[in-house]
Design a protein around this ligand. Structure first.
Ligand SMILES: [Zn+2]
Length: 385
């Protein structure tokens, strides 16, 4: 069962991106699943729940999936803007704003360029509204506004400066200042918690019980990182529209590259950071066709036609042990892969892709890693210019 969990920051949130000890530190733009899980577990114990069977199921079994929880402004949920999205450098932004020149997705045009069928008059790197080059990446998160058009989520950050404490004297260490970024209070977040069906009733009762306030990130003892859960909604089981999305994607692609294609194309867009390892447990910095065929468990040729991706190191602490967690290489949310298949059983492929979209991929899925979308409509349905 999936629950949508909405939250509001009651004080600034300083969720560190890494374990760096620089005296000027950045912060996450969202609440990672592990941070939420830790905060909720802390609240549960504080409220006297103890390590009962529900606690064990929620926090220790590894069967429940938490988050990630992305920022929202007016919408009910948001998602990372794909790395293939571009906007005008002079008048950036989604077209629902009068002054903005819109956001365009380049996945299908890039394929057309690769196949040498992209029209001369439509220069790929030029804004079609003002004809100025170059376009620039968008980044961040997007949400659907009330008029059903995409809009970028705006985030307010602050810098908090503190004095260091001398270990020996326990007093202020003169001349030792450090600063860190934090997300401002009042910011709202939304994400999913997935719980095994047989525990969903108990979890529903728990969420309905009372006002839940949890603490995440640094400075918890000094008033930072307070989150209030403002709503928990049970999400109805939805049929996966993967078949329809793949069909729509290929129709749109046909319009771009012209004529019938000799194979079936599909894209994978990462909705959260994804940690993948190969058979020998070596980290993967991408998903090529061969790897994907292995993940899906299908025979036949899958070929990677294009990828737009970033990677980063996921670092963290195990607070229980007071030790750093193992660093993991992650392929970042928003990364996009385009594949072409040949000699693959279409029905089987669609079935396996639907399972992949439902279950996600890779390690630490219980912390919200490895979420993805097959043939995401942003690449082929939305006209944002
Ligand atoms: Zn422009």
């Amino acid at each position: 069962m999936k629950f949508q969990v909405d939250m509001e920051a009651l004080s600034p949130l300083a969720l560190a991106k890494d374990r760096s000890t620089l005296n000027y530190q950045g912060c996450q733009d969202y609440i990672p699943g592990a941070s939420f899980r830790g905060g909720l577990a802390g609240w549960y114990l504080q409220e006297g729940g103890g390590e009962d069977p529900l606690f064990k199921e929620l926090f220790l079994s590894g069967r429940c999936r938490f988050g990630p929880f992305y920022p929202v402004n007016r919408g009910t949920n948001s998602e990372p803007i794909p790395l293939t999205a571009r906007t005008c450098k002079t008048f950036p932004g989604f077209k629902r704003h009068d002054e903005a020149h819109g956001v365009k997705d380049l996945l299908l045009p890039l394929l057309a360029v690769k196949k040498d069928v992209y029209g001369d008059n439509e220069k790929l790197d030029y804004c079609p509204r003002c004809a100025r080059p170059p376009l620039m990446p968008v980044g961040g998160f997007m949400e659907k506004a009330a008029d059903d058009q995409w809009d970028k989520v705006s985030l307010k950050k602050l810098v908090i400066t503190r004095t260091a404490i001398n270990d020996l004297t326990g007093t202020v260490d003169e001349g030792q200042l450090y600063s860190f970024f934090a997300l401002a209070e009042g910011q709202r977040f939304s994400g999913e918690v997935e719980i095994d069906d047989q525990w969903a009733g108990a979890a529903e009762e728990l969420f309905a019980e009372q006002e839940i306030k949890l603490r995440v990130g640094r400075g918890k003892t000094r008033g930072l990182g307070v989150l209030r859960i403002t709503g928990v909604t049970l999400k109805a089981g939805e049929d996966s529209p993967v078949g329809l999305k793949v069909e729509g994607f290929n129709r749109a692609l046909g319009r771009y590259v012209g004529g019938e294609e000799d194979g079936l194309y599909f894209s994978i867009t990462l909705k959260s950071d994804t940690i993948l390892r190969d058979l020998f447990f070596r980290p993967l910095a991408g998903i090529d066709g061969e790897e994907l065929a292995k993940i899906l468990g299908i025979k036949g040729s899958i070929q990677l036609e294009h990828s737009s991706l970033n990677t980063s190191l996921v670092q963290g602490w195990n607070y229980l042990q007071g030790l750093p967690r193992e660093d993991c290489l992650a392929i970042n949310k928003g990364s996009v892969f385009l594949y072409k298949t040949r000699d693959v059983d279409r029905e089987e492929l669609l079935e396996k892709l639907a399972v992949l979209e439902r279950t996600g991929v890779g390690l630490r899925r219980e912390e919200g890693f490895g979420k993805l979308s097959v043939c995401d409509s942003f690449h082929w349905e939305s006209e944002q210019w």
